[in-house]
Design a protein around this ligand. Structure first.
Ligand SMILES: [Zn+2]
Ligand SMILES: [Zn+2]
Length: 476
């Protein structure tokens, strides 16, 4: 233990920024940090976090959590990967003497969703004798395990089987109710293990999804800073800084990821743990890992329900969304704000009643969500004129604030390309029209303020949407 730490009850207090930034995810376990940037105390309420050969370690980890040898544990998993779980997880665990019951979810060949109804059914099926839960899987199983463990008040260990998303170490879960995904605050994991042995053999599409979900970090903090600059509110650069080295490692080993090299997949795993923590230290606030690229992805998810478009992995969509948003920042940097006439923008924009009617016609059951957002985001004529003039007068300051969080498109596209990432709309089964609609309508679906909202306020749509998709190179 470094001398600069003090043990306070269960939590370690980290005293210097340098110490905080030099730690890996496990070094931040059960820690608190009084932030020199924002003045808040950031907390990591999560137990052990490790990447490695870990299945055999699980019984010891359970014992550390329970503070006695586990009498019985129960493992939650997706039947879609039943063979992998039985062969690589439950068999070695039972051979090690762990008393383990099974809690399978879903069925083979069907993409599992983290629906609250399913979560509640699983919670009712939890073995009374099981003292602790193990959630073995990736995104959906992770969300469901958090839900079930919170409802049944059980401690839990997450065993990640694919590096496909960054929520293993977050304290929220994305749950679906009536076709709508919402973020729910749940109990933090008592341990998160990412097993390299299993992860190197995960489907490449899931590995790519993880790279895509992490790519968001490269541009979404610009949205957060932009929102802070224009509308005020909270911003802290610590989440971005704490993941800088991880992003560098993942990009530097991009080719190794494409070849499933153990070291590269381990870097990806650690980056995923840290990325989740960057949200956890803000009590689950997702801004450091989620901006307009996630708005685009969430909008495309909605189209799977309203127009029955094919489902994609979350991170794959986010990766494409990230490329589009990197291009959008480059596009916006080059416009001449002096050419925008506020009176003309106000004359050209549709009245709020038209937007509400249009959303009703387009999105049916989901229309109320859109319209609630529209009502809060739609500025009065005077407020919009003020907003445009203010942005025109602060244009250079705005870019000075945002640019540290907005790297060039090429600097991110190149490593993603080396990793073999799909980066076109066709790879996520979306048309140019679906992408334009996501850019223009997505901001009416999500309350988060991003560059897409600014573009709308400045009257740049639909022309900007078309130009940005071109610039992003996602149309081929
Ligand atoms: Zn802070
Ligand atoms: Zn994500």
């Amino acid at each position: 233990m470094p001398f600069s730490t003090i043990i306070m009850g269960m939590a370690t207090s980290i005293l210097s920024l340098q110490d905080f930034l030099s730690r890996d995810s496990n070094g931040l376990s059960h820690s608190t940090f009084s932030c020199p940037y924002c003045g808040k105390t950031h907390q990591v309420p999560i137990g052990e976090m490790r990447v490695g050969y870990l299945v055999e370690e699980i019984p010891h980890a359970l014992e550390r959590i329970l503070q006695h040898p586990p009498r019985k544990a129960q493992i939650l998993f997706d039947r879609a990967i039943e063979e992998v779980i039985l062969e690589q997880v439950t068999r070695p665990l039972r051979q090690n003497g762990l008393n383990l019951s099974l809690l399978p979810a879903g069925e083979k060949g069907v993409l599992l969703d983290s629906e609250t109804e399913l979560g509640n059914r699983l919670a009712l099926a939890v073995d009374d004798e099981a003292e602790i839960l193990i959630g073995a899987g990736s995104g959906v199983i992770c969300d469901l395990t958090k839900w079930v463990a919170t409802r049944t008040q059980r401690p839990f260990l997450i065993l990640g089987t694919a590096p496909s998303m960054n929520a293993f170490t977050s304290i929220t879960a994305t749950m679906t109710e009536n076709d709508v995904k919402t973020s729910v605050l749940l109990n933090p994991a008592d341990a998160v293990f990412l097993d390299v042995n299993i992860m190197v053999n995960a489907p490449m599409s899931m590995i790519h999804a993880g790279v895509g979900d992490l790519a968001a970090r490269s541009i979404c903090n610009a949205d957060w800073k932009l929102s802070h600059f224009i509308r005020g509110g909270y911003f802290c650069p610590l989440p971005y800084e704490m993941t800088t080295e991880n992003e560098r490692q993942v990009h530097a080993s991009a080719r190794g990821i494409a070849h499933r090299e153990t070291q590269a997949i381990s870097f990806l795993g650690e980056a995923i743990l840290k990325s989740g923590l960057s949200m956890t230290i803000l009590n689950g606030e997702t801004s450091p890992s989620s901006g307009a690229e996630h708005v685009i992805s969430h909008f495309w998810d909605l189209l799977t329900h309203t127009r029955h478009l094919p489902k994609n992995l979350h991170g794959t969509q986010v990766g494409v969304g990230t490329i589009i948003m990197l291009a959008f920042y480059e596009y916006m940097r080059k416009i001449d704000p002096g050419k925008i006439d506020p009176r003309q923008v106000i004359r050209r924009r549709p009245p709020v009643e038209d937007l509400l009617r249009e959303n009703q016609a387009r999105y049916g059951k989901a229309a109320p969500i859109f319209n609630e957002v529209v009502k809060t985001k739609y500025l009065t004529d005077d407020a919009l004129a003020d907003r445009i003039r203010w942005v025109q007068n602060h244009w250079e300051q705005l870019w000075n604030a945002v640019t540290p969080y907005a790297p060039s498109l090429e600097s991110i596209r190149e490593p993603l390309h080396q990793a073999g990432m799909p980066m076109s709309l066709s790879a996520v089964h979306r048309s140019k029209e679906d992408a334009m609609e996501a850019l223009i309508k997505g901001p009416q679906y999500r309350s988060r303020y991003t560059l897409l909202d600014l573009a709308w306020e400045l009257g740049l749509f639909p022309e900007a949407a078309e130009a940005v998709l071109d610039l992003a190179g996602v149309l081929e």
